[in-house]
Ligand binder design. Structure first.
Ligand code: AMP
Length: 117
């Protein structure tokens, strides 16, 4: 069952704290990460506060596809689609998740390392 809660991203969604929003639609918003790890670092989040990818239920599959589409649209918009980029979602403690609201990091504008740290 999907697990939903409130976080600092909920505050951004409600306009209670500012964010540099680069894209929004009825299901998702995208805004610049406050501590960017690359020239382009945008977070794509659903308006529905699903806690993480692991908490997305069967009813969220269309939403997940939509969010990935937003990631590619943001990459186009940010001018990194041609050079390449990375889409990452961290899950739980070992995954490095610090905000319990599903988000996809869209990172680009520099060569990414592998394996990730
Ligand atoms: P994660 O560690 O994968 O959960 O990613 C959470 C991301 O949210 C981090 O990269 C933070 O820098 C970013 N972040 C936290 N608070 C804000 C905020 N108020 N506005 C924009 N990005 C934020």
């Amino acid at each position: 069952m999907a697990d939903r809660n409130d976080t600092i991203f909920g505050m951004i969604l409600r306009g209670e704290i500012p964010a540099d929003i680069v894209y929004e639609d009825e299901l998702a918003i995208a805004f610049r990460d406050i501590a960017p790890q690359a020239d382009v670092h945008v977070l794509v989040i659903p308006r529905d506060p699903v806690k993480s990818l692991a908490h997305a239920g069967p009813g969220d599959r269309a939403l997940l596809g939509h969010l990935l589409g937003v990631c590619t649209a943001v990459a186009e918009q940010e001018g990194i689609a041609g050079s390449g980029y990375r889409v990452v979602t961290n899950i739980g403690g070992d995954g490095g998740q610090s905000v319990d609201h599903l988000h996809f990091h869209v990172l680009g504008g520099r060569r990414m390392g592998w394996p990730p740290g």
